[in-house]
Write a protein that binds this ligand. Sequence first.
Ligand SMILES: Nc1ncnc2c1ncn2[C@@H]1O[C@H](COP(=O)(O)OP(=O)(O)OP(=O)(O)O)[C@@H](O)[C@H]1O
Ligand SMILES: [Mg+2]
Length: 297
Amino acid sequence: MPVLTARGIVKRFPGVVANDGVDLDVTRGEVHTILGENGAGKSTLAAVLCGLYRPDEGEVRIDGERVTLHSPRDGLARGIGMVHQHFRLVDRFTVAENVALGDESQPVVLDTSRLEREVAGLGERFGLPIRPRARVSDLSVGERQRVEIVKTLYRGAEVLLLDEPTAVLTPHEVDALFSTVRAMCAAGKAVVFISHKLGEVMEVSDRITVMRDGRVTGDVRAADTDRREQTDEQAMAKALETFETRLGKELLAPMIEEMARESGQTAGPSSEASSLGTDGPWSGSPAEPRGVRGPWG
Ligand SMILES: Nc1ncnc2c1ncn2[C@@H]1O[C@H](COP(=O)(O)OP(=O)(O)OP(=O)(O)O)[C@@H](O)[C@H]1O
Ligand SMILES: [Mg+2]
């Protein structure tokens, strides 16, 4: 049974239907990517799933039980936690204090050393190097993100919604984040990974749901885990081909073009940019989109 289910989610803002009948099934132990261009409705969906927004229509189920989440706190109490695009930490507090902040289960007088040990322990367990005593104002963006993740884990999140977490990271930090994501899934948690970068999506996802204009336009799953072993650009090209066949070239063309731009190449005309095979935008590029370890053979 999926740990988290969305059915027919509709969320309207003045003049725009940000989510227009979205269905989603998130499974424990899996990285479930939501892929889509700017404005597709990814963040809105995540905000509904974590309790930040109430949907206008549709329902959310956790472990099969229909729930009404009134706040992110409510979501966390049921094991759903979100790490936002823009962090929500208090600069003048330490890492450990930020983790404890707003946690009603903390004693009135903080047991700081216990808290620091727990925070450090969680960081170690999931490959998130953090310094519990450091002040948040002194941290790099990557460290701040790790604090947000640890904070979510500390509250007992079983499903972690990560909204474009790689946007603020260096390539090295992205690798580290993906290790953490895999460790969380290996521990039986589920990760909802939001991105518009096809290359990294291919690398880390077990399942991909594509959104456009508030709707789900495609859904693909990594068929066979042996393919994780493949490590060359041909595997990536083949993955893309599979992906395109199932989802349609037209849908992916803008993302493929963006990927080509990011890797320092000029995308050709869109027919070329979306053509696959080894002549695709990935072949032979020095800025090959990051290690090709994805399950998408
Ligand atoms: N709080 C809001 N008030 C009004 N409109 C909003 C609000 N949040 C999102 N929207 C609109 O809803 C649509 C979906 O936005 P959303 O932020 O969910 O997309 P996204 O896929 O996360 O995009 P991005 O890649 O830019 O983060 C967009 O048209 C956006 O302008
Ligand atoms: Mg967004």
